[in-house]
Design a protein around this ligand. Structure first.
Ligand code: G3P
Length: 217
């Protein structure tokens, strides 16, 4: 399972990149806005920090505009993946860009029907937003199961990239379903490390070790 970090904050990426856990990065217009920085400069800096794909999302809603923006974004670095929304123009752009050798991440996916379109268009990644479905009482992980089952029936090369992750159990469930990638906010990556019994057990080990008066070094 690949771990992408879902942020445009360079400091967060650096922290987890240092742990060797970052296989890629996903951004979107909201995350760029939250960073308060210039998009092109930010994507360029992130691309230099990680070897894996860095998703940069177009903001145009028409095909021609998407293609013009994608050309500029692709020129930033070779590991830029172009994010397009799951719309008719986005799918058309996905097909044209993937035919031209670009990695495309089709985002804002909320149904299996949409995921089939993205795979047909040669997307490198499909991003179903599980948290936003859960937020309205629909089954986000159920969609992941559906998409994985459908994709397994065919030789689609599109990787299922679980997005809009709200808690560590989304990561666990995505792994159980065999999703290829999960993109996780830094806060949730941090939560994944924590368990009270680990903390308690380590404290007990160290307290007992201290009693020995020994030192390994
Ligand atoms: O990568 C998509 C993700 O950033 C969306 O998350 O929490 O806005 O649904 P959220």
């Amino acid at each position: 399972m690949k771990f992408f970090i879902d942020t445009a904050e360079v400091a967060e990426i650096a922290e987890f990149n240092d742990l060797g856990l970052v296989d890629g990065v996903t951004t979107n217009p909201s995350l760029i806005a939250k960073s308060g920085r210039d998009m092109v400069d930010t994507i360029r800096e992130i691309c230099a920090m990680v070897r894996g794909p860095v998703s940069a999302e177009v903001t145009a809603i028409d095909f021609a505009g998407m293609m013009a923006e994608a050309e500029k974004l692709r020129a930033i670095a070779e590991n830029v993946a172009i994010k397009v929304p799951l719309t008719e123009a986005g799918i058309k752009a996905c097909k044209a860009l993937s035919d031209d050798g670009a990695d495309v991440n089709v985002t804002l996916c909320f149904s299996a029907a949409q995921a089939i379109l993205a795979a047909k268009a040669g997307a490198a990644f499909i991003s179903p937003f599980v948290g936003r479905l859960d937020d309205i009482g629909q089954d986000g992980m159920g969609l992941i199961a559906e998409i994985c089952d459908i994709y397994d029936q065919y030789d689609f090369s599109t990787e299922v990239l679980v997005a809009s992750v709200r808690h560590p159990m989304h990561v666990v469930e995505a792994a159980k379903l065999g999703a290829d990638v999960v993109t996780v906010p830094a806060k949730i990556l941090k939560q994944m490390f924590k368990h009270p019994l680990t903390d308690k057990g380590l404290d007990a080990f160290l307290a007992d070790w201290k009693k020995t008066g020994q030192s390994i070094l």
